[in-house]
Write a protein that binds this ligand. Structure first.
Ligand code: SF4
Ligand code: SF4
Length: 278
């Protein structure tokens, strides 16, 4: 009886995340639509001004000169503060729950699994499909640092920039912006191909906003913990981790964790993983 109640709670958590992710995707798509309507861009600000990372891209220019970069404005800082606030409370939960790009990657992984014949993916069991791939550690490990390099590069470039440095290669603009250039088409193809091949490809390797939020996993009060009295190290949560974190129960504050709660939903031993506020 207790088990059923626990599992029902988990399923409602999974449904809540899916609903929130769809709302984020639809909301971002509508912002994109708004900016291709005649006359809207001149009155409503640019698509870029709704981007949390835009706040980081324009931060140094604003501090040094008092002006934001073109296509950004003070709204970027408000949205960035919101993302940092979520980070302060719940680590990279922004990536796992609210980011439209994170949502698109999760949807692509789900659709890819279905197309590969895994319509009924069993949680915690290794599927037969070769996708998503798990890159060899020798490639995966160094690539994980690329997002910190991208962040540093963008910050440096922003000092000399007129527009946000990532603007021409931004996957959010490529997926939702509806005003395409050759570079954005190329970005879209790479983003979708990467997401088909590797789960959360952009989050793992290249997202500079994820790099910014990673630090919060160590300090946020809302966190997952393990109770070793219940956990039997079965490894089911490792299989389901969207960020491929090794030995999940011992690495619950890992900078790569996007707080998706897939491990919590997968664990078959109630009481092993606990979501708590400390
Ligand atoms: S937390 Fe749960 S799923 Fe993960 S190893 Fe422990 S018992 Fe298994
Ligand atoms: S450790 Fe758990 S919450 Fe974190 S990314 Fe992996 S499955 Fe999601």
């Amino acid at each position: 009886m207790t088990v059923t109640a626990e599992k029902q709670k988990m399923f409602s958590l999974a449904r809540s995340r899916a609903v929130i992710q769809w709302l984020a995707v639809i909301g971002t798509f509508l912002i994109g639509v708004r900016h291709i309507l005649p006359g809207e861009e001149s009155t409503g600000g640019a698509f870029d001004s709704f981007c949390a990372f835009g706040g980081i891209e324009t931060l140094l220019p604003y501090l040094f000169s008092g002006h934001t970069l073109k296509s950004t404005n003070l709204l970027n800082f408000s949205i960035l503060l919101g993302a940092l606030g979520v980070g302060f409370v719940a680590g990279r939960a922004f990536c796992g729950w609210l980011c439209p790009l994170g949502a698109v990657q999760d949807f692509v992984t789900g659709w890819t699994r279905r197309l590969r014949g895994e319509a009924n993916h069993v949680r915690g069991k290794m599927g037969k499909s070769i996708l998503p791939l798990h890159l060899p550690t020798s490639i995966d490990r160094p690539l994980r640092y690329a997002k910190y390099f991208v962040l540093a590069l963008v910050l440096l470039a922003s000092v000399y920039a007129v527009y946000p440095p990532l603007r021409e290669f931004c996957p959010v603009r490529a997926v939702f912006g509806l005003k395409m250039t050759s570079l954005l088409w190329l970005t879209l193809v790479i983003f979708l191909a990467g997401s088909i091949l590797v789960e959360r490809f952009w989050c793992k390797y290249f997202c500079p906003l994820g790099a910014t939020l990673a630090i919060f996993n160590k300090v946020s009060p809302v966190r997952l913990t393990v109770d070793d009295a219940y956990c039997n190290d079965c490894g089911r949560c490792d299989i389901e981790c969207s960020m491929d974190i090794e030995d999940v129960p011992r690495n619950l504050d890992h900078p790569e964790c996007v707080r998706c709660m897939e491990c919590l939903e997968t664990c078959a031993r109630d009481g092993s993983l606990i979501l708590k506020i400390s």
